[in-house]
Design a protein around this ligand. Structure first.
Ligand SMILES: *[C@@H]1O[C@H](CO)[C@@H](O)[C@H](O)[C@H]1NC(C)=O
Ligand SMILES: *[C@@H]1O[C@H](CO)[C@@H](O)[C@H](O)[C@H]1NC(C)=O
Length: 270
């Protein structure tokens, strides 16, 4: 098992804004989004103490004030039309329709009653969730459920493979392939994947991962798993592939199947 994992070490490409030190708040493109001012969101400044608030983008200067709150009144600034931004009851900034041009760092300035000014900032990244169902396996002819499908491989293909894809996500998702045994055990077979700009969806990414099918028996299933912060609660979503026409090796015991698999992967990637 460890030899397999050693051979298929991580070679995944990752495109995301993660190299920025700050934690990024991801908001969904085309939807309203809410950004919380750190000192206010953490409760350090009680809401009922706030007299004045300003939100700035992309810099903290008077010309970059987006919207202000002054003793109960919210007003857009610098000629920005009403309805683009708002300040809600929690003193969070509301962006009414998130698009890529909103990506960056937002600054907030708060003046509580009888206290000095407090400044904070929050970095926003635009995310685009992939449409379901995902991940998708190209060779699957039939989707049995949300997380299972059937692939029928033609007999005449010399090196059969499975290709898993998640389309049109931002930031790109990561993929891995595992073997799934009937006792529920899984074994990592590859965490290599490639990321390409999507063809039809602007500024999103398509991730794909292919594995050769080198051992097939009735007990062995292939699982493709997707992960990434863009998936939120659906992080780890997977699809389990049943390969029919398992004519390559019949009735191979599990140990033999794994051995064969690792030696083949060594030949392929090593
Ligand atoms: C949000 O903005 C995009 C790009 O300008 C536009 O296509 C879309 O219709 C807008 N959505 C809403 C709900 O206003
Ligand atoms: C304000 O914050 C509270 C707690 O974080 C949350 O439950 C509530 O939905 C928020 N209200 C608005 C208008 O954002």
């Amino acid at each position: 098992m460890s030899s397999v994992q050693k051979v298929v070490a991580v070679v995944g490409i990752r495109i995301s804004a993660n190299n920025i030190e700050d934690e990024i708040s991801f908001l969904e493109r085309g939807n309203p989004g809410i950004l919380s001012c750190p000192l206010v969101g953490s409760g350090q400044i009680p809401l009922d103490q706030i007299e004045v608030m300003y939100w700035y983008f992309p810099r903290m200067s008077d010309e970059n004030i987006l919207i202000s709150y002054f003793k109960g009144n919210v007003a857009p600034q610098n000629g920005i039309p009403a309805g683009v931004y708002d300040i809600n009851r929690n003193f969070s900034l509301v962006i009414e329709n998130v698009t890529d041009s909103y990506e960056g760092t937002y600054y907030c300035r708060v003046k509580p009653k009888l206290r000095m000014l407090f400044d904070g900032h929050v970095t926003m990244g635009v995310k685009v969730s992939p449409t379901e169902p995902f991940p998708d396996v190209t060779q699957c002819t039939q989707r049995i459920s949300e997380s299972a499908c059937e692939a029928e491989l033609p007999n005449d293909i010399e090196k059969p493979s499975l290709t898993c894809t998640v389309r049109d996500a931002k930031p790109a998702v990561a993929l891995r392939w595992l073997l799934e045994y009937s006792d529920g055990d899984t074994q990592l077979i590859s965490d290599r994947f490639t990321v390409k700009p999507s063809e039809f969806s602007v500024n999103t990414f398509t991730t794909s991962a292919s594995i050769p099918i080198v051992a097939s028996n009735v007990d062995t299933l292939y699982r493709c798993q997707a992960y990434g912060e863009v998936l939120g609660a659906r992080n780890g979503s997977h699809v389990t592939v049943t390969v029919t026409k398992a004519h390559y090796i019949h009735g191979t015991p599990r140990e033999h199947g794994s051995l064969l698999l690792s030696s083949n992967i060594t030949g392929l990637f090593g």
